[in-house]
Structures are given as C-alpha cells and as structure tokens.
Ligand binder design. Structure first.
Ligand code: MLT
Length: 263
C-alpha cells in the first residue's frame, strides 16, 4: 500500500488489529524484511512495516539523516492517524528508533531493538561507509549485496536455510544506488545513542541472534543493562537478520512480550 505523508510518499504493509507496532527495516533492506512477522501478527497487535526513505516504494528525501528520517516516520504515523506506536527496528532500523525516541518521544509507546547497537560509527567505520558509497556508485547494488550478505546471516542459516539467504540477497539487490548512498550517509553521521539508553522510559524488548556477527550479542546485553525497563531475548541459530532466519522464534518472543507488557 501507499500513503502520502507531509514528507513524501511511503510504501508500507499492514497486518492485524490493535496495538500499533511499526517495524523499521535495516540496510540495505526494504519492508519485505518483515514478511514473516506480518504473516503472523501478535494477538491484539497491528504490525505496520514501511519502506524507509528511498527504499522499496518510498520516495527519497532531501536530507539523508536519521533525524530527518525520524521526522518522516512521525509523518507516516500522522498520515495513518496513529498517535502512539511501539517502534521496532532491526539494525539501521534500531538506529532510527533511537532518533525517533529523542525527537518524538510522545509517539513512542514501547521499543523493539533487534540486532542493533547504541554506539555511533568509529572513525574507521565512517571511512568504510564512504568507501561503500563509492563502491555503490561504481559497481551498483549487486556489489553491495555481495559485500553485505556474509555478515547478514549466521552460520546455521548459511548451512541450513538457503531460501532465507536467497530472500535476503534478492532484497538487497533491489535497493537503488541512491537509497544505498543516502542510508550510508545517514548511518555515518548518526549520533551516539549510548547516552540515550538510560532516558528510555517505555518498555523495551532487545532481541539478538546468537550468531549475529555485525551487531554481536554483547551489544544487546549492553543495551539491556542500560535501559531501565528492558527485556533481552537471544534467538538461537540466527544471525543478524534474525527475523528472517528464525521467524518462529522471533515471532514467539515478540508475541510473548506484547502479551506481557501491553495486555
Ligand atoms: C543493517 O543491517 O542495517 C546494517 O548492518 C547496519 C550497519 O551497517 O551499521
């Protein structure tokens, strides 16, 4: 579906009824990352998965920053007539969830932080983003998909779930060069969210695949320790894209948390 917001066109999918839970994809994904979650929304919850700016069916925006993207997410909530929602994000989507909490805390009813980290990019990490931008411009999205795929899934998925690997690979190859470029810029310049963690006053679910090499479990443990009202769930046999690699476990954790915290 498409919704026209004050800050541009947004493609999204929507499933279930009740507590709104917005699911923000990672890099370089699109909203289909959440296909398995939208196929089985938690009882009493409505899952909404938008394409982030420039990805999928969403328009790109003038300012490639996570703060501006957070305003875009708030505009999406406005356009859908939703006052408050649980904001969930995987990896880059988690970085965006932190920005949304800082800029629009009144819109955030809870947080789901999946396979993400609070810290900003190191100088070395920033240099890698710039190099990847150049690679995207030179060699196109397929080269970025090839570079990202090995870290995107865990060893169990690599060995046992070829369809999940193909699904993620195809998704990443669909991303446009412009979207890749802007997302890398937004991530490179993002704020350090570590000081934000103790300010989070809403219920928070931290999820991580135990084979996540890009944002290892220790990152999730640190977020869990610093956020006042957090729960931590580690998904066995899953890597960075835990919602795709082990959707049954991911969905069970999400449903359990929703039933316990938003009965
Ligand atoms: C993601 O999955 O969104 C990326 O790995 C995040 C990043 O590159 O920092």
């Amino acid at each position: 579906m498409i919704v026209e917001t004050a800050l541009g066109r947004v493609g999204f999918d929507d499933a279930g009824r009740g507590l709104p839970i917005l699911l923000l994809h990672g890099f370089p994904h699109d909203r289909t990352l959440w296909e398995a979650q939208l196929a089985a929304p938690p009882a009493g919850a409505r899952l909404i998965a938008p394409d982030l700016p420039g990805f999928g069916e969403s328009a790109s925006v003038a300012v490639p920053s996570l703060d501006h993207w957070a305003d875009c997410v708030a505009a999406t909530l406005d356009a859908l007539g939703i006052e408050r929602a649980v904001i969930g994000g995987l990896s880059m989507g988690g970085y965006l969830a932190f920005a949304l909490w800082r800029r629009h805390p009144q819109r955030v009813q809870g947080l789901v932080l999946a396979d993400t980290r609070a810290g900003a990019d190191s100088a070395e990490g920033q240099a890698k983003r710039v190099a990847m931008q150049a690679q995207a411009l030179k060699d196109g999205p397929a080269a970025i998909a090839e570079a990202m795929l090995p870290g995107m899934v865990g060893k169990t998925t690599r060995a046992e779930r070829p369809r999940a690997v193909e699904f993620l690979d195809a998704m990443m190859r669909r991303a446009s060069v412009a979207a890749i470029h802007d997302a890398l810029e937004a991530m490179r310049t993002r704020a350090d969210s570590a000081p934000t963690l103790p300010t989070i006053t809403v219920p928070t679910l931290v999820i991580c695949g135990d084979e996540d090499a890009l944002t290892p479990v220790k990152e999730s443990e640190a977020m869990y320790a610093a956020i006042p009202d957090a729960q931590l769930a580690v998904i066995p046999g899953a890597g960075h894209a835990s919602c795709v690699e082990h959707p049954a476990a991911f969905n069970a954790v999400l449903s359990g948390w929703v039933q316990a915290r938003f009965p």
